[in-house]
Design a protein around this ligand. Structure first.
Ligand SMILES: Cc1ncc(COP(=O)(O)O)c(C=O)c1O
Length: 464
């Protein structure tokens, strides 16, 4: 992480100031920071994270947010609008995921705070449902190795044993036979990604669905990343396998509004084939002295602003808007993948979609990251095997970005060959590099230091 850059320009607040400052002065400070930070990704050279990047859209969302930001949607009697927004977000997402194909149960959903929020609510639902209906007290869950760490986090939080399935190293898709062999009487659910973060590939959801049905377990499809792109990719005729409720056996799907749903950060949708799963995780405390407490999910108070903005994004863009953005993103992603494939030294992992990863058998791929970083590129580094990850978002669809990628990549490949011939190790390796054999003390210390830099920087600043 970079050094904290603002200490020389702005007051460091270690205590709540006795006297407040003029609003305009505070806003001027915020504007300066925001402008500087926006400049880093507006170039289109930053992988993922800024899914929309359109300041006009952000202004529209900000206005929708501002109208309801102060509202607590837990108190529905004073904000019936939240019931409209949440209900319609869920209905529109169910429609997108072809819940009309479900005839024997009632499909429902909930809006959560993000991908991790949706995933952990799904895990809690499966755990509670399995406890109530199958008497399971020692639950386990199976994810492919490529499944997002939010599943491991949820299992850790809720006392669920995680079983990690290997993937095929060529296709990067989950080994379905391994999953079949490792389902037992305590398995509450399995999962597949559409698509996974690391390689942008889609697991064989129809095969997982068949397995889930035949063994009586749930199947969660993680569409956090792909949920608002892949349905439109299918409509546009791209070769994307079925992954939604049309697949028998799919019992829940997550799709992040705050990624390719182009909403503000803090919104995701979790959908269930059967109301019984969602309702299994409701929380009630009717005997509490403060009143009969209940909440539909893990959070208590939630902001009406985020729900209003997520709803506003969906109804303003419509299918047409999402489809046109998906088209531009996919075309850019395939152009960039073409640039990678033009180098015989580079290998793309599996058959990716709008996000992809590439590695090399000829040199350490982090040499490529080293050469592209000074040109403004920011990729995520992967491990086992080392690879460079690129999630294509709307900022990359600007004119000239894919061409710049191709040109800078060509230079980077030459640089990597020279560095390798000279016996040089890549600089990025210290940050991106894998930790052989798992978590060492050194790696744990590095990660702890990284987290502390996020949270405690203000504590370690020099005295005022
Ligand atoms: C496939 C996938 N699932 C889940 C998540 C977790 O989402 P969040 O960071 O919003 O919690 C991500 C995040 O990138 C993701 O790519």
């Amino acid at each position: 992480m970079s050094d904290f850059p603002y200490t020389d320009r702005f007051t460091v607040n270690r205590v709540l100031p006795e006297h407040g400052r003029p609003r305009e002065e505070v806003l001027a400070e915020l504007r300066e920071m925001a402008r500087a930070e926006d400049l880093t990704w507006e170039t289109g050279k930053v992988s993922g994270t800024m899914y929309c990047g359109d300041h006009e859209h952000y202004r529209f969302l900000d206005e929708a947010f501002g109208l309801f930001a102060h509202v607590n949607v837990l108190q529905r009697d004073i904000c019936p609008s939240a019931t409209k927004f949440e209900g319609e977000i869920i209905a529109m997402a169910l429609d997108l995921m072809h819940a009309d194909a479900v005839t024997d149960t009632e499909p429902v959903g909930m809006v959560t705070t993000g991908g991790t929020g949706s995933i952990i609510h799904a895990l809690l639902s499966y755990r509670e449902h399995a406890a109530a209906h199958r008497g399971i007290t020692r639950p386990n869950f199976i994810k492919p190795e490529t499944g997002h760490p939010a599943f491991d986090k949820g299992c850790h939080l809720f006392g669920i044993e995680m079983r990690t399935a290997p993937i095929d190293p060529q296709t990067t898709e989950v080994d379905v036979d391994w999953v079949a062999d490792n389902i037992d009487e305590n398995t509450i659910a399995i999962m597949g990604s559409a698509c996974n973060y690391g390689y942008g590939t889609v697991d064989p959801i129809p095969a997982l669905g068949e397995l889930a049905l035949s063994r009586g377990v749930g199947l969660h499809v993680d569409g956090c990343l792909g949920g608002f792109v892949l349905p439109f990719a299918q409509e546009l005729g791209y070769d994307v396998p079925l992954f939604d409720f049309r697949v028998p056996g799919v019992t829940s799907i997550s799709a992040d509004n705050h990624k390719y749903g182009y909403a503000l950060k803090g919104a995701s949708t979790l959908l269930f084939r059967d109301k019984a799963y969602r309702n299994a995780q409701y929380f009630y405390l009717p005997e509490w002295s403060g009143g009969k407490y209940h909440s539909p999910g893990i959070e208590g108070s939630r902001s009406g602003g985020l729900i209003a903005a997520a709803w506003a994004s969906m109804v303003q863009l419509g299918r047409e808007g999402y489809r046109s953005y998906a088209k531009a993103i996919l075309e850019t992603a395939f152009t960039m993948q073409g640039a990678v494939r033009s180098h015989p030294e580079l290998t793309i992992m599996g058959s990716p979609t709008f996000c992809f990863a590439f590695r090399s058998d000829e040199f350490d791929i982090y040499h490529v990251a080293d050469a592209m970083k000074p040109k403004g590129w920011r990729f995520n580094g992967q491990q086992y095997p080392n690879a460079i990850h690129m999630a294509v978002t709307r900022p990359q669809t600007q004119a000239g970005v894919a061409e710049a990628f191709a040109a800078d990549l060509a230079d980077a490949v030459e640089y990597a060959k020279k560095q390798t011939a000279a016996g040089q190790a890549p600089i990025s390796a210290a940050i991106y590099g894998g930790v052989p054999g798992g978590m060492t003390d050194e790696a744990a210390q590095f990660i702890e230091g990284f987290m502390e830099q996020m949270l405690d920087t203000q504590q370690s600043l020099p005295p005022l």
